[in-house]
Design a protein around this ligand. Structure first.
Ligand SMILES: O=C(O)CCC(=O)C(=O)O
Length: 325
């Protein structure tokens, strides 16, 4: 924390690069306070909508890595919480290699001078001519179809986590989503449940969210709404009244503060590192924060399903950002 750090009693407390002030002047979407003034509060945002980084809206994720050695306890934790956070399941060097493979497909002007393209550090300028994200011709479209990505997703360590959580044999679902945000995009994942996008028999699908690089909260970290998987009035069943996409009938919201007030619970966060895995069930509401770091946010979601359950046909083909699924 910088000099002049204010009272943080009712807040989440200090976090490097984040100034939290009482009686603040609110500045949206920028986490780094360069002036050290106690009169400025820096709010995270999601899709440009700020959400206070206080213990009203946020709480830390629980680390379940120690339960990897006790599968029954890990499964119980997953069923209870709807998610588990597992540190360093994958070799970070291998994750960074995958990150570098992806970013190698972009023009050099996308990257900050003095950095290696493979590090994925944003120059501030999206090169002209890069197609719309994730459609045919964009590097993300090719990447999810590449042998190197296929091999990454097929690592036995990932299937083992899924088999433990689902308590049975699993199959890797073919449609695997890649999410890449730079700080110019102003975009993040809206609050949603996976069940709204895929037909899944209860208990039969788990999503593994893999940061492809370090991903602190201000780098676009994933957040889970605590306890939301237990709700009986299902948020997945109806369109949200608070949405920036009123023409899309699927239920989600871009407003994380509203979502937490409406559904209850707090947004569970952590600073992810390359090699970490977050696993969640299809009923847990999740979203991500805006990326305000130069380091671009890159992640993938891969899903596993128990082998005996039928796979939603929309998920039996490779992902494209415009595939409508
Ligand atoms: O990576 C993210 O921001 C979340 C992605 C996600 O939840 C999804 O694709 O369903």
């Amino acid at each position: 924390m910088g000099q002049g750090c204010p009272n943080t009693d009712h807040r989440l407390g200090s976090r490097e690069g984040l100034l939290i002030a009482a009686d603040p002047v609110v500045t949206q979407g920028h986490w780094i306070n360069t002036g050290g003034s106690k009169d400025v509060v820096i709010l995270p945002s999601s899709n440009g909508v700020p959400v206070e980084f206080t213990d009203r809206y946020f709480a830390p994720m629980q680390d379940s890595t120690d339960l990897l050695a006790a599968p029954d306890l890990l499964r119980n934790r997953y069923r209870e919480d709807g998610y588990v956070l597992l540190r360093q399941v994958l070799d970070p060097a291998e994750v960074l290699r995958i990150r570098a493979e992806y970013f190698a497909a972009f023009p050099p002007e996308y990257f900050k001078a003095g950095t290696q393209p493979g590090e994925g550090v944003f120059s501030g300028t999206v090169p002209a001519g890069v197609p719309e994200y994730g459609v045919r011709g964009h590097p993300a479209y090719d990447f999810v179809r590449s042998p190197v990505y296929e091999a990454f997703a097929a690592q036995p360590a990932l299937a083992e986590v899924a088999a433990t959580l689902l308590d049975g044999d699993v199959q890797l679902i073919r449609r695997k989503v890649l999410r890449h945000y730079d700080r110019a995009s102003g975009q993040a994942s809206r609050a949603h449940v996976d069940r709204a996008y895929q037909v899944v028999p209860k208990g039969d699908v788990v999503t593994l969210w893999l940061p492809l690089g370090d991903c602190p909260l201000d780098g676009g970290g994933l957040v889970y709404l605590s306890g939301s998987h237990r709700q009986t009035a299902r948020p997945a069943d109806s369109a949200s009244p608070v949405t920036d996409r009123p023409d899309d009938p699927r239920p989600f919201s871009h407003d994380l503060a509203w979502t937490a007030r409406e559904l209850g619970g707090r947004w569970l966060w952590t600073d992810f590192r390359a090699g970490d895995v977050a696993a969640h069930c299809p009923d847990l509401v999740h979203a991500s924060l805006d990326t305000v770091t130069d380091e671009m946010r890159l992640s993938t979601d891969i899903r596993f399903q128990r082998t005996q359950a039928p796979v939603d046909p929309r998920w039996t083909v490779d992902w494209a950002a415009d595939d409508g699924a």
